[in-house]
Design a protein around this ligand. Structure first.
Ligand SMILES: Nc1ncnc2c1ncn2[C@@H]1O[C@H](COP(=O)(O)OP(=O)(O)OP(=O)(O)O)[C@@H](O)[C@H]1O
Ligand SMILES: [Mg+2]
Length: 340
């Protein structure tokens, strides 16, 4: 019986299950994140080379040639029916709770944030993956977790710009319903692909991969007029050569703007007309993509054409989902929990 566990093993955690990064925040004040990769050695030579039976995050990426690598959360959800992905999510979760000091003997109460529209379809698969490690579990939408952590519970809109999806959620003083939420499958990964294609078109001789493009994006992303030129070293016939990629970075980052504007406008327009201005004035950007330079002011300007608008971004995009999920886990009344 689990009730024999000691109080020391009681942990409350908030988890943000992301396509590219997963984060955990716990009531023992520990918080950790990991790139959402899990890898198993391909054969016994690989096992000898990597020295472990399973690898996570950055370490898995670095050793990818020796591994069967899984990025299990397509668009932030478990690909149902894919046994290896389900196993990878289970392992990732075990790894995350291990990082904050829990183990299989711990009593874990967890709130897990997943993308808004995927929530319904994948709740069962997600619960299945975590049930070995949790005593009580609740699955919520990522942007709702972010909103809760910021106490933006009334007349606010969260836009969570992740790797696989951009999730929108309107908060109006209650737990958000389906019609308050929207996901679009065009986010950081899409920007990477656009940037890769644009750079390749301009510099066909340059040798680079998607991972290098993502690094360029994370360092130089911007929308609007450039403040400086973006120049990066890329090998040409194995010789490092400086390339100007300013226009390509801009075009790729701007490629997600029309969909963001349109979806935000649509959600606001569907809302009670008396509160539309209030929501437009209180838009909060979260997720890794919220760090794109010039994004807040661009959205404020364009949405401002419909009425007064205010757009800001969260201070800690890496942990805002996990921190919010933890706050929820601490506050949530008993009847909301499903006991495992
Ligand atoms: N400075 C930056 N500028 C632009 N994009 C960035 C920056 N830093 C990180 N990103 C991008 O943000 C994305 C990761 O964000 P986040 O960790 O919120 O996603 P996720 O939660 O894993 O994905 P999802 O919510 O779609 O499941 C990646 O595409 C990453 O390249
Ligand atoms: Mg996310």
């Amino acid at each position: 019986m689990r009730s024999k566990k000691t109080a020391k093993n009681n942990l409350i955690v908030g988890v943000d299950l992301g396509t590219s990064r997963s984060a955990i925040s716990a009531n023992n004040r520990k918080k950790r994140w990991v790139d959402s990769y899990v890898g198993w050695p391909k054969d016994f030579i690989a096992r000898k080379v990597v020295g472990k039976s399973i690898l996570f995050g950055e370490e898995a990426l670095v050793n990818r040639l020796s591994l069967n690598l899984s990025r299990p959360l397509a668009y932030g959800v478990i690909k149902e029916g894919m046994e290896r992905d389900e196993e990878a999510v289970r392992a990732l979760f075990e790894h995350l709770i291990g990082l904050i000091g829990a183990d299989k003997r711990s009593h874990v109460r967890a709130v897990v944030g997943v993308p808004a529209e995927a929530l319904k379809a994948n709740k069962i698969a997600i619960k299945k993956a975590f049930s070995d490690y949790t005593d009580s579990l609740m699955v919520v939408s990522e942007p709702f977790a972010v909103a809760y952590g910021l106490e933006a519970l009334n007349n606010a809109m969260i836009i969570d710009i992740g790797a696989g999806t951009i999730d929108f959620c309107i908060m109006h003083g209650t737990v958000p319903a389906d019609e308050d939420q929207r996901s679009i499958v065009m986010a950081g990964d899409y920007v990477d692909e656009q940037m890769f294609t644009a750079i390749k078109a301009r510099y066909p001789d340059a040798d680079f991969n998607l991972e290098m493009v993502r690094q360029i994006k994370e360092e130089f992303s911007f929308v609007g007029e450039p403040e400086d030129r973006v120049e990066v070293n890329l090998p040409v016939a194995s010789k490092q050569t400086l390339h100007d990629v300013t226009d390509e970075v801009r075009i790729a980052c701007e490629s997600i703007l029309p969909a963001i504007v349109e979806t935000a406008q649509e959600l606001i327009a569907n809302f009670d007309p008396q509160f539309q201005d209030e929501i437009r004035k209180n838009i909060i950007l979260a997720g890794g993509g919220s760090q794109i330079k010039g994004l807040c002011s661009y959205l404020q300007k364009v949405l401002g054409e419909d009425g007064p608008a205010g757009v800001q971004r969260v201070k800690d995009p890496l942990f805002s989902g996990a921190n919010g999920a933890l706050a929820l886990a601490k506050d949530m009344p008993k009847e909301y929990w499903s006991e495992e």
